[in-house]
Design a protein around this ligand. Structure first.
Ligand SMILES: [Zn+2]
Length: 339
């Protein structure tokens, strides 16, 4: 923790330069708070809205130049103060047309101020509960949901692009919840569980995972066909998430796939500590996420809750992988919206 921040109960206090305490009803990391302060706290006399626009333009979150849609020879858009929510807008010196300062950015058409959108992004980065955050920042639930959904989709898409494996890597697979046993018992209340194929890259520290919600067992086919479908799906997922032929190790609950070594065979060549790591410890974080994903499943096995679980898992894995300085990381991703 930095000297200027303290954590109190479940919330966080920060002190800004005017020595006013700012409180969030959720815990927040010092690095994220520092960036929050840098971008969103008023300094000097200018209206805060104008300061935020300037800072976000510098960050690359808002356009610094835009083409006028009229495209007349004398068209030239400039930033001007205005009586609008954002306090600044684009005005064309030629045709006099006006456009929101948010045109061509993540904030375009969001029904809240840019400050509030930045606050909700901050809350999302801290994995804050949406209702609580929306209420605290005075954002309509509908708008808050749009922001949260956009960020979920964006980060899940990024996650799905990443690969496991590479030169000299060992990639392990295991099936949840089939792998739960006396060592790591099934402690969730949620009875229904879709299977999740867990894939771990042991070369990375902390371990890199991909977690895939299985679809095969949702199809209404005879049991023997289901097994074949599961095998085909596992094969397909593994081929799509790994690269450059790592050592592929199949856990005890995963159907055999091409070129994979069974875990039992690998364990024969390892010392006790390595055996413990490969069979148990490597999955610790993945099991926590799979357990949490099960809570999303309130219904019988349907593709709908499978989709929600998959989105949750991808987003959660992305968070794990980019834990450090996450607010800055996410804002940097959002600069890709800027035209
Ligand atoms: Zn114009």
């Amino acid at each position: 923790m930095e000297a200027d921040s303290t954590t109190y109960d479940s919330g966080s206090y920060i002190n800004n330069s005017n020595d006013k305490n700012i409180f969030f009803p959720f815990t927040a990391s010092p690095r994220n708070i520092a960036l929050y302060e840098e971008l969103l706290i008023k300094k000097g006399d200018k209206p805060l809205e104008c300061q935020i626009v300037e800072r976000l333009q510098n960050f690359g979150l808002l356009s610094t130049s835009l083409q006028c849609p009229e495209a007349r020879p004398d068209c030239n858009l400039v930033c001007k103060p205005a009586r609008v929510v954002d306090r600044v807008q684009w005005v064309c010196e030629g045709c006099k047309k006006k456009q929101p300062i948010r045109t061509g950015s993540f904030f375009y058409k969001l029904q809240c101020s840019i400050l509030q959108a930045m606050q909700m992004i901050f809350a999302w980065c801290e994995d804050a509960e949406i209702t609580e955050a929306a209420e605290f920042f005075d954002v309509k639930f509908r708008t808050a949901s749009i922001i949260y959904e956009k960020l979920d989709e964006l980060t899940a898409t990024q996650m799905r692009r990443t690969k496991l494996g590479g030169e000299g890597a060992a990639v392990l697979t295991e099936m949840y919840p089939d792998c739960l046993n006396r060592q790591s018992p099934d402690t969730t209340d949620q009875a229904h569980a879709l299977q999740i194929l867990m894939v771990a890259d042991t070369k990375q520290i902390p371990t890199n995972y991909r977690l895939h919600v299985m679809k095969s067992n949702l199809k209404k086919v005879p049991f023997s066909d289901t097994l074949q479908l599961i095998q085909a799906e596992v094969q397909e997922v593994i081929s799509s998430v790994i690269e450059s032929d790592p050592l592929l190790v199949c856990g005890n609950n995963v159907p055999p796939v091409d070129a994979a070594v069974p875990l039992t065979q690998l364990l024969q060549h390892c010392d006790v500590e390595m055996q413990h790591f490969l069979s148990t410890r490597v999955w610790r974080q993945a099991l926590t996420l799979c357990g949490a994903a099960r809570d999303l499943c309130a219904c019988a096995s349907t593709p709908v809750c499978g989709g929600a679980m998959q989105l949750y898992l991808d987003t959660a894995l992305y968070r794990l992988r980019h834990e450090h300085d996450f607010y800055r990381h996410v804002l940097t991703l959002l600069t890709s919206f800027v035209q």
